[in-house]
Write a protein that binds this ligand. Structure first.
Ligand code: SAM
Length: 279
């Protein structure tokens, strides 16, 4: 039976608040899991299982799938769509309210994330797994295309922002597929894309992640201001100190935050530490 029929049969009503736009095309779902590089060795967590279509595609490839879903009304639907799958567990909880350690405890080892994310919590979910966990291997997410372009942007471009620099510090983000809005049920107003982030926490020699994040926040504090001005504002320094920092990092006192590459941010974070600035 098609997902739409199962939803109707169970009297399911879509809840807009939860960003419920489901994917139903089996070929597309299989190709997402394929491109995510999931193998029979992998434990995968899925955020927002919806009608269980992506869950089923992951379960065909992975060793084990743990799916989280906020909407309990989907339980009877999932009882049907996931029937017969021995390697799937569903946890009906709001992922944003679960401490990351609780999720790690449920999984009990390393894992990858594969999800068609609810659009209203895309960034907080990404940051949660990127910043708070050391046992994530990769994160493959279907998100709004505009956000996907921000995750994969290069320094200096319009799409480049704090999230790009935060992710690039600990992994490699790659846009692996575009998905037309018509592929979702119901259809949202924008197209989507799938991004795979391969985590590599040793990619750069970052001495203190807190300093790195403070530098990134500072650089994007105000796009209209120079980095010198943003440093003075963020770390309450005099102009001379801020200029010395920027000369050290970028060699140009007029530099703007959005032109800093990840290497530059590493250098900025080292400057914050060496000069004892309060971050
Ligand atoms: N994976 C399904 C698919 O691809 O068809 C559903 C994707 S739909 C875009 C997002 C799902 O996330 C919805 O089922 C929604 O109820 C669920 N969701 C929204 N907020 C959530 C949260 N905070 N924790 C867990 N699940 C959530």
């Amino acid at each position: 039976m098609q997902l739409k029929e199962v939803l109707i049969k169970n009297g399911f009503h879509f809840n807009k608040r939860f960003g419920q736009n489901f994917l139903t095309d089996t070929n597309l779902l299989r190709s997402i899991v394929d491109r995510a590089g999931i193998t029979s060795e992998d434990t995968v967590i899925e955020i927002g299982v919806g009608g269980g279509t992506l869950t089923r595609a992951i379960a065909e490839k992975a060793k084990r799938v743990i799916g989280f879903e906020i909407d309990r009304n989907l339980q009877p639907v999932l009882n049907e769509t996931l029937a017969g799958l021995e390697n799937v567990e569903i946890v009906f909880k709001d992922v944003m309210k679960m401490p990351t350690e609780e999720i790690e405890k449920i999984v009990g080892g390393r894992f990858s994330v594969v999800a068609n994310l609810p659009y209203y919590i895309t960034t907080p979910i990404l940051m949660k797994f990127i910043e708070e966990s050391d046992v994530v291997d990769s994160i493959t997410v279907t998100i709004q295309e505009e956000v996907a372009d921000r995750l994969c942007a290069t320094a200096g471009s319009q799409e480049y922002g704090a999230i790009t620099a935060s992710i690039d510090a600990v992994g490699n983000a790659e846009k692996i597929m575009r998905i037309d809005r018509k592929m979702f049920y119901p259809s949202p107003n924008v197209d989507s894309a799938v991004v795979k982030i391969t985590i590599d926490k040793n990619k750069y020699d970052i001495k203190d992640m807190k300093a790195y994040r403070a530098g990134v926040r500072c650089a994007f504090l105000s796009r209209r201001k120079t980095l010198v001005n943003n440093i003075m504002m963020s770390f309450k320094t005099d102009r001379k100190t801020a200029e010395d920092v920027v000369l050290e990092v970028k060699g140009d006192v007029m530099a703007r935050g959005e032109t800093l590459t990840t290497e530059d941010f590493v250098s900025l974070s080292n400057q914050l530490i060496e000069r004892n600035l309060k971050f």
